[in-house]
Design a protein around this ligand. Structure first.
Ligand code: NAP
Ligand code: ZN
Ligand code: ZN
Length: 350
């Protein structure tokens, strides 16, 4: 075991502070990574605050990790020292169930090992700690290659915000000319707009914030709908082929369902909690669907990163020092970030 520096929370109502944590020693299939950058996802806050229950303290968040390989186990063939790599929301799974065999490790029947707040299957009584730390040691099958033509810091959010939005757009086969709406312009939403535009869709940003309209267009939206404006929503009733809903809290999905065409789908990725009651008529009248999606498998995450390399897609980021994390959480909670905070991990090494 090795003791390293990290930042984490020791209780749901505590600020994040410097902590020492233990990482397992390098095992045969492991890649040890020196962390350069780590994105700040809204899920980090949900876990620190125990919004979903099940948080085990200390929580060291961070699942949008970019770093350099500094050591490899004897069994590692696909990575070498110096490689630029990424780690997303998962660091392990059983490798042996039907979802794992189908490249859907996020749905592993034994439970995927998430990058933080999971049980580490390699060591007794050890929890996983995320990327708000100096190094991480990960099974080679959960390490991703980062294309060398994209900015490394701005690539960090691809590991969660990127795959979470790419996967549903790809799975529901969004194609050229489809009318696609992305609901909520935050970390996930801004990636959703970029991907939908790159896939050739006619993209609409559906936002509660009129002041984000110009940005939405710069990010690739063809048009913007202010969801609080009922007249504007009515003009688009029954016209959307696909909606991607990234709203992070309990809300009323009925106004959005009305936007869908016959047979069209809205995919929920944000609110992992009970929603306001849904009117069945909004599904029945039009054979509409509501679905959900959880990040994406490792193979698809690599496909997404390669797509970003080809299309020059990265996140719009605001770089912060590790020491600024509590202010960043306040700002993210009050909808004040364009559009992802990324921690420069050099600040933790000082
Ligand atoms: P974020 O940066 O805070 O963005 C969320 C956006 O939703 C906000 O910028 C805001 O956009 C809109 N919004 C906020 N409150 C709203 C409300 N009450 N009603 C309507 N719109 C509202 O969060 P994020 O990092 O993108 O994460 C979004 C959610 O996805 C979080 O809950 C996170 O835990 C979850 N998540 C899920 C997965 C998955 O695999 N399914 C993966 C990662 C994250 P406007 O100002 O444009 O309205
Ligand atoms: Zn995330
Ligand atoms: Zn499995």
């Amino acid at each position: 075991m090795e003791t390293i520096k990290a930042y984490g929370a020791t209780a749901a109502d505590a600020d994040l502070k410097p902590l020492d944590i233990k990482r397992r020693s390098l095992q045969e299939a492991d890649v040890k990574i020196d962390i350069l950058y780590c994105g700040v996802c809204h899920s980090d806050i949900h876990t620190v605050r125990n919004d979903w229950g099940g948080s085990s303290y200390p929580v060291v968040p961070g699942h949008e990790i970019i770093g350099r390989v500094v050591a490899i186990g004897d069994g590692v063939k696909n990575f070498k020292e110096g490689d630029l790599v990424g780690v997303g929301c998962m660091v392990d799974s059983c490798h042996d169930c039907t979802p794992c065999h189908n490249d859907l490790e996020q749905f592993c029947e034994k439970g995927a090992t998430f990058t933080y707040n999971s049980k580490d299957a390699h060591i007794d009584n050890q929890r996983t700690y995320g990327g708000y730390s100096t190094t991480v040691t990960v099974d080679q099958q959960f390490v991703l290659r980062v294309p060398d033509n994209i900015d490394a810091a701005a690539a960090a959010p691809l590991l969660c915000a990127g795959i979470t939005t790419y996967s549903p757009l790809s799975h529901w086969k969004v194609k050229e000319g489809d009318k696609v709406g992305v609901i909520g312009l935050g970390g996930l939403g801004h990636m959703g707009i970029k991907f939908a535009a790159a896939m050739g869709a006619k993209t609409y940003m559906i936002t509660t914030s009129p002041d984000k309209a110009e940005d939405a267009k710069r990010l690739g939206a063809d048009a913007v709908i202010i969801s609080k404006n009922e007249d504007e929503m009515q003009q688009h009733k029954g016209t959307f082929d696909f909606l991607l809903n990234t709203v992070p809290v309990k809300h009323d999905i009925n106004p959005y369902l009305e936007l869908l065409k016959i047979d069209a789908t809205m995919v929920m990725v944000g609110a992992i909690e009970p929603l306001e009651p849904m009117n069945g008529g909004n599904l029945i009248m039009g054979r509409k669907r509501v679905a959900g999606s959880l990040i994406g498998g490792i193979k698809e995450t690599q496909e997404m990163l390669d797509f970003c390399g080809e299309h020059n897609i990265v996140s719009d980021i605001e770089m912060i020092d590790m020491q600024d994390i509590n202010t960043a959480y306040e700002r993210l909670t009050s909808n004040d970030v364009k559009y992802r905070f990324v921690i420069d991990m050099e600040s933790l090494k000082k």
